[in-house]
Design a protein around this ligand. Structure first.
Ligand code: DLL
Length: 433
């Protein structure tokens, strides 16, 4: 089933016309209603009338997280404050958070895109959604909630935390869809096993996992543990929250709701727009949002676009799984390294649990990487020699993947810190200032 066939399966030409009309409207709207955009556009000399075709979007300047921080709290709003009915903020740890404001129309759009995602997961009004994304200023909890209500599903607004209770609820309420970060889903499964539950006690069919980077290997792990479809859901506070894009059951890229969000991929170095299929930084423009429209936001997330029709029948443009950020990308001894590459190597080796932490330090001028990985209990009871053998095997795999020598420390199960939200995978102790 498809939630909104008209927009999700629209032919490409009609979609382009719709996007152009919406883009022209939003550019005019922000120019007239947000002083930041008037100044921003005037500075580069671009006029509202300059947007004659979709490609003309490239004439518009980018908006960055810094721009949004400087507008703290409400200077990016395009409507009177009394029309804003909900506010969320980013979870940034440095400086002021970025604020996102929504009118009633925006909340309806948000509910609409999440509804599309729930249907993409094979869900519907009979589903019981255990929503473990945090409720509060974080967009995860409320975003999924709005969409779940729209499809008429039963929502369990359990929010993040209290893992024991999560499992009880999952078993007793027979939750069918789980929504949380992939790392928390993994933790839930470990906990479940530890508490002596059987997966037969669980009624889950699908999981909408996102808010952090994860890999195909992690998908396989979660799917086999829970016997579910583990689908990738993407989004960000500045643009709206979760649901900007999500995978369908074909699991072949995330469908972007491109009637609401216009995507581009740029080269993060020269800022040129790249072709479909080329990997670069995702730039998003909200073309229908009312309370806080955002023009050409640099997400820093690395992905590529695919415009081919999906096996599911939807024609919306798809983005590939995020493999890194232009800013969390680690440069180690001059080599670009993505945490996902290390994760991938770890999954290839038996005897490890998928809990790991990457610690980067600098001795003099030389960067050192330590990867702490939890081994399974069986393995840990083995002889030291076996552990050492395994450590060098892991180091070899990672070396093959990233081209760098790293130090491996195997630790006992349940030693590394667990997170109820986004896992802290990288601890970079180098001082770049
Ligand atoms: O994480 C919104 C969200 C909530 C998405 C629930 C999905 C599910 P922020 O806290 O503003 O918003 O963080 C946004 O998280 O720019 C990406 O770097 C990362 N991110 C989000 N989803 C994914 C994903 C929410 N599926 C930032 N894969 C984004 C990889 C993701 N990274």
């Amino acid at each position: 089933m498809i939630w909104n066939e008209k927009y999700e399966c629209m032919d490409i030409e009609s979609k382009k016309e719709l996007q152009l009309r919406r883009l022209q409207n939003i550019v005019k709207f922000v120019y007239e209603n947000v002083p930041f955009y008037k100044k921003h556009f005037d500075e580069v000399g671009v006029k509202v009338e300059d947007i004659q075709e979709l490609k003309d979007i490239e004439k518009l300047p980018f908006t960055t997280k810094t721009n949004l921080r400087e507008a703290y709290p409400f200077a990016m709003f395009a409507v009177d404050d009394d029309k804003i009915i909900e506010i969320h903020t980013s979870s940034g740890t440095t400086g002021k958070p970025t604020v996102s404001g929504y009118t009633e129309k925006d909340i309806n759009i948000w509910a609409e895109i999440i509804a599309r995602g729930i249907i993409m997961a094979g869900g519907g009004n009979k589903d019981i959604i255990q929503n473990c994304y945090g409720y509060g200023l974080f967009t995860g909890g409320f975003g999924v909630h709005h969409g779940g209500r729209k499809v008429g599903a039963t929502l369990i607004p359990i929010s993040a935390g209290n893992t024991k209770r999560q499992i009880e609820v999952m078993v007793d309420f027979k939750s069918t869809i789980l929504t949380c970060t992939p790392s928390y889903a993994l933790y839930l499964s470990e906990f479940l096993e530890k508490e002596g539950y059987d997966y037969k006690d669980i009624n889950l069919r699908a999981g909408l996992f996102g808010a952090e980077m994860w890999t195909e290997e992690m998908r396989k792990e979660l799917e086999s543990r829970f016997n579910i479809h583990a689908l990738n859901i993407y989004g960000l506070t500045e643009i709206m929250g979760p649901g900007i894009a999500q995978e369908c059951l074909a699991k072949d890229g995330l469908h972007i709701s491109d009637d609401h969000f216009y995507p581009e991929i740029i080269d993060p170095d020269n800022l040129e727009v790249l072709e479909d299929g080329e990997k670069g930084e995702l730039v998003l423009t909200t073309i229908t949002r009312e309370g806080m429209p955002i023009i050409r936001f640099r997400t820093k997330d690395l992905t590529s676009l695919n415009r081919e029709k999906c096996g599911c029948g939807r024609t919306t443009v798809r983005m590939s799984r995020i493999t890194g950020r232009t800013d969390d990308m680690l440069k180690i001894r001059g080599v670009m390294v993505f945490p996902s590459q290390i994760e991938k190597s770890l999954f290839k080796i038996d005897g490890l649990t998928p809990n790991y932490q990457i610690i980067v330090t600098r001795e003099g001028i030389l960067d050192e990487v330590e990867v702490k990985v939890e081994a399974t209990a069986e393995l840990f009871s083995d002889k030291i020699k076996e552990l050492e053998k395994l450590e060098s095997k892991i180091a070899k795999h990672i070396h093959e993947e990233i081209g760098l020598k790293v130090n491996i420390t195997l630790v006992e199960p349940n030693i590394l810190p667990r997170s109820e939200g986004k896992a802290v995978r990288v601890i970079d102790k180098r001082n770049f200032n």
